[in-house]
Design a protein around this ligand. Structure first.
Ligand SMILES: CC(=O)N[C@@H]([C@@H](O)[C@H](O)[C@H](O)CO)[C@@H](O)CC(=O)C(=O)O
Length: 284
C-alpha cells in the first residue's frame, strides 16, 4: 500500500537482492511470494518473483510455486558458487528452471557484481527464444552499458524487455533504450524516479537530469559511508516510517551514525530538488 500510494510503484520484484532472497529459506521465499501476490491483487500491475537459487532443484521448486500462485513473471540469477563458465552452461541452467513454469514470462537477472558471473548478456541472448520460449527479457544490474546497448540494438525487434538495475545510471540506460527499472532506491525514491521517467518521456532532459542527480548525489554520499542492503532497509524505514527489520547475518544492521547522516543528506537533497522544480514550474 505504501509503494502504491506514496511512491506510485505498481510493479514489484520479490525476493531479489534488496529483499535478501538468497538469505531466506525456500519456505520463507514461498511465503513472501504468496503474500505479495495475494496482497497485490487489484493493486499491483506485475509481481515478478525471483526464483534463482544455488541448486537447480531449489530454483525449480520455486519456479513451480511461482507459477501455481499466479506470479506475472519469474526471474533467475546465475548460480554463483558452482558458476557457469560459458553461455551454454548458463543457458542450460536457466532453461531447466524456466521449463518448470512453461506459461510464465521468464527474465534473466544479470547482476555480476554479486554473482561474479560475467557472461555478456549480448552473447546469452543469441538464440535464447529457441531454448526458452517464455523468455521475456533481462533485469540488467550492471554498469556495462555497451553490453546493454548491444542487447537492445540486436534484440529490440524481438520485443524483449530490459529492466535496468543500477539506479544512479538509469537515465543513461533509458537513453540507450531500457524499458524500465528495478532497483532498491525505488522503495523510497520511487515517486522522484517516476518524475524522471515522465520528464524523459516528454523529452525534458534537463528536468530528467535533476531527478537522476538527486539519486546520484544521495548514493554517492551513502556509498562513501558504506552502503548495501542493510543500509537500504534503514533508509526505507526512516523514509516510510514502516519498520523493515534488521538484515539477516552475515549482513549487520546499519549504524545509528549512518542513519543520522543519510537522513540529513536525503532531506536536504529532496528539499533542494523540490525548490528547483517549483522554480521551474513557476517559470513555465
Ligand atoms: C547490487 C544492488 O544491490 N543493486 C541494486 C541497485 O538498486 C543498487 O542498490 C543501487 O543502484 C545503488 O547502487 C538493485 O539492482 C538490486 C535489485 O534490484 C534487487 O533487489 O534485486
Amino acid at each position: 500500500d505504501y509503494l502504491v500510494s506514496k511512491q506510485n510503484v505498481k510493479n514489484i520484484f520479490v525476493n531479489g537482492t534488496t529483499g535478501e532472497g538468497l538469505a531466506l529459506s525456500i519456505q520463507e521465499r514461498k511465503q513472501l511470494a504468496e503474500e505479495w501476490v495475494r496482497q497485490g491483487k487489484d493493486k499491483l500491475d506485475h509481481v515478478i518473483i525471483h526464483v534463482g537459487a544455488l541448486s537447480l532443484p531449489g530454483s525449480q521448486e520455486l519456479a513451480r510455486h511461482a507459477a501455481a500462485i499466479g506470479a506475472s513473471g519469474i526471474a533467475v540469477i546465475a548460480p554463483f558458487f558452482f558458476k557457469p563458465t560459458s553461455k551454454d552452461e548458463l543457458l542450460a541452467f536457466l532453461r531447466e528452471v524456466a521449463s518448470e513454469a512453461p506459461a510464465v514470462p521468464f527474465y534473466y537477472y544479470h547482476i555480476p557484481p554479486l554473482t561474479g558471473v560475467k557472461i555478456r548478456v549480448e552473447e546469452l541472448l543469441d538464440g535464447i527464444k529457441e531454448q526458452i520460449p517464455t523468455f521475456q527479457g533481462v533485469k540488467f544490474s550492471d554498469t556495462d552499458l555497451l553490453d546493454l546497448a548491444q542487447c537492445i540494438n540486436k534484440n529490440g525487434g524481438e520485443e524483449f524487455v530490459f529492466l535496468y538495475g543500477v539506479d544512479e545510471q538509469l537515465l543513461s540506460a533509458l537513453a540507450i533504450g531500457a524499458n524500465g527499472a528495478v532497483g532498491s532506491t525505488y522503495n523510497y525514491l520511487g515517486q522522484k524516479t517516476n518524475m524522471m521517467l515522465q520528464a524523459f518521456a516528454q523529452h525534458d532532459l534537463a528536468l530528467a537530469r535533476k531527478y537522476q542527480f538527486l539519486t546520484g548525489e544521495f548514493l554517492n554520499f551513502v556509498i562513501k559511508l558504506g552502503f548495501g542492503v542493510a543500509q537500504t532497509k534503514a533508509v526505507m524505514t526512516f523514509v516510510s516510517g514502516i519498520p523493515m527489520g534488521p538484515p539477516r547475518l552475515p549482513l549487520v544492521k546499519a549504524s545509528e551514525e549512518f542513519i543520522a547522516k543519510a537522513k540529513a543528506k536525503l532531506d536536504s537533497i529532496v528539499c533542494k530538488t523540490e525548490q528547483h522544480s517549483n522554480i521551474r514550474l513557476a517559470v513555465l
